[in-house]
Design a protein around this ligand. Structure first.
Ligand code: SF4
Length: 368
C-alpha cells in the first residue's frame, strides 16, 4: 500500500485525504505549513522560484519524514513556471537522497491515457477500468465534502466582520472543518454540513454593523493557503471587512476539468479590453475579477500573489488603469519568506481607512 501525501492548500487536504483513502492508499496528512516548513523549502529550493514552490517542497520534506513514499501533484501548461514544479521537486528530492516518487496529474482532457495510467498507479484496483470506476465513486463523494467545505468558508467570510466576540467565527469554522473531516458517508457529510450551518447561525453578531465589501483575488496558491497569505482573510474580517474571494476549490476543480464556470468565463470576458490573452497562472482572471468587483460596487479589491509571480506582476501593471477607469481602489501584496504580518496589517489598515473615507464622501455627496 502506498503512503501518499500532497501539498497543503487551504482545506483541499480534507477531501483529498478522503479521495486517496478510498482509492486504497494510506494517507500521510501534510502538516499545516509553518515557519519551519518554509525554512526547509527555502533551504533546498533555487532562490528565484516562487513562494508556493518553496512551501510545497518544505511540506514534502516534512511528509517524507513522517513516512510518505508517494507525493501527489498537479501539473499545468502554458507560459508560467508551474508546469516545471513537479519535475524540479522530483530531481531535488532525488539529489537529497529521498526515494519518494512524485506522481503528477495533468489536465485529463489534454492526455486521457496518461491520466488513467497514473490513476491506476495510485489505486489498488486490478485493471485500469476498475481504477476509473473506483476513482469515479471516490471523487463523487469527495466532491460533496469539498462543496460543503467551500460553503462553510463562504459563511465564515460573511459572519466574521459582524461577530460580537472576536474569534468566534474562526473557532466555529475550524470545528466545521473537523466535522467534515470525520464524515465518511454521504449522509454524514450532509449532517456535518447542516450542523455547520447551524453553528454559524448561532454566532452572536451585530446585524446593523456597517461593513465594507472587499474582493480578494490573485494567484491560486497564495489565495487559498492562509499560511502563505498570512491569514489575510481573517485579518480583514477582524477589521470589519466582508471578503469575497474570486476563487474557491470547487470552481478551480471545475475549470481544470474543462467544465468552465460562469465566474471564470465572465472574468475572462471582463478582462478582454485590458488583457485579451492568456498569460499563465490566473493573471488574466485577476484583471477580469477586479472589473467585475467594480461593476458590483465593491468598496475595494486586494490582489495577492507570490513575489516574482510573472502573471500577477503583469496583471498588477494593468490594474492601475482598471482602477482608474472603474474607480475602484486596489491594493497589492506580493508575498515571500521575508513578508511580515505586522507590515501587512499596517498597510491593510491604511487601505481600509481610505475605503471608509471614500464611502463616507459618496454618502455625503448623495445627501447634498
Ligand atoms: S502562477 Fe505565479 S506563483 Fe504560480 S507558478 Fe506561475 S509564476 Fe509561480
Amino acid at each position: 500500500m502506498r503512503k501518499v501525501t500532497f501539498p497543503h492548500m487551504g482545506h483541499s487536504c480534507i477531501p483529498f485525504k478522503m479521495l486517496m483513502e478510498e482509492l486504497g492508499n494510506e494517507v500521510i496528512m501534510p502538516p499545516v505549513p509553518t515557519k519551519k516548513t518554509l525554512d526547509l523549502g527555502v533551504k533546498y529550493s533555487p532562490e528565484f522560484v516562487c513562494l508556493p514552490y518553496k512551501i510545497v517542497l518544505g511540506t514534502y520534506l516534512e511528509a517524507i519524514e513522517l513516512g510518505a513514499d508517494t507525493l501527489i501533484a498537479v501539473d499545468s501548461y502554458g507560459p508560467c513556471r508551474f508546469g516545471h514544479y513537479s519535475h524540479l521537486h522530483q530531481s531535488i528530492l532525488q539529489d537529497m537522497g529521498h526515494e519518494a516518487e512524485v506522481i503528477c496529474f495533468g489536465y485529463p482532457k489534454r492526455n486521457y491515457l496518461d491520466f488513467i495510467r497514473k490513476l491506476h498507479r495510485v489505486t489498488t484496483a486490478k485493471t485500469p477500468l476498475t481504477s476509473i470506476y473506483l476513482f469515479y465513486k471516490a471523487f463523487k463523494k469527495s466532491w460533496e465534502k469539498l462543496k460543503a467545505l467551500d460553503a462553510m468558508e463562504k459563511l465564515s467570510h460573511q459572519i466574521r466582520p459582524r461577530e460580537l466576540k472576536r474569534g468566534d467565527t474562526s473557532k466555529v469554522y475550524r470545528q466545521t472543518q473537523a466535522w467534515l473531516d470525520e464524515a465518511k458517508t454521504y449522509e454524514q457529510i450532509a449532517e456535518a454540513k447542516v450542523a455547520g450551518i447551524k453553528a454559524f447561525k448561532n454566532i452572536a453578531i451585530d446585524p446593523q454593523r456597517q461593513v465594507l465589501k472587499v474582493g480578494l483575488t490573485g494567484e491560486i496558491y497564495v489565495l487559498l493557503e492562509p499560511t502563505s497569505n498570512l491569514e489575510i482573510e481573517e485579518t480583514l474580517g477582524y477589521m470589519g471587512v466582508e471578503v469575497e474571494r474570486s476563487l474557491y476549490l470547487t470552481g478551480w476543480t471545475q475549470d481544470t476539468l474543462g467544465q468552465s464556470t460562469k465566474e471564470h468565463d465572465t472574468a475572462i470576458e471582463a478582462a478582454k479590453p485590458y488583457l485579451p490573452y492568456k498569460i499563465g497562472g490566473h493573471g488574466r482572471e485577476t484583471v477580469g475579477h477586479v472589473v467585475k468587483y467594480a461593476r458590483r460596487q465593491f468598496d475595494g479589491v486586494v490582489q495577492v500573489a507570490p513575489f516574482t509571480c510573472t502573471p500577477e506582476i503583469v496583471a498588477r501593471t494593468i490594474l492601475n488603469k482598471v482602477s482608474n477607469v472603474h474607480d475602484i481602489p486596489v491594493l497589492t501584496f506580493f508575498f515571500d519568506e521575508q513578508t511580515g504580518k505586522a507590515g501587512m496589517t499596517t498597510r491593510l489598515e491604511a487601505f481600509i481607512d481610505l475605503l471608509k473615507r471614500k464611502q463616507q464622501s459618496v454618502i455625503t455627496a448623495a445627501a447634498i
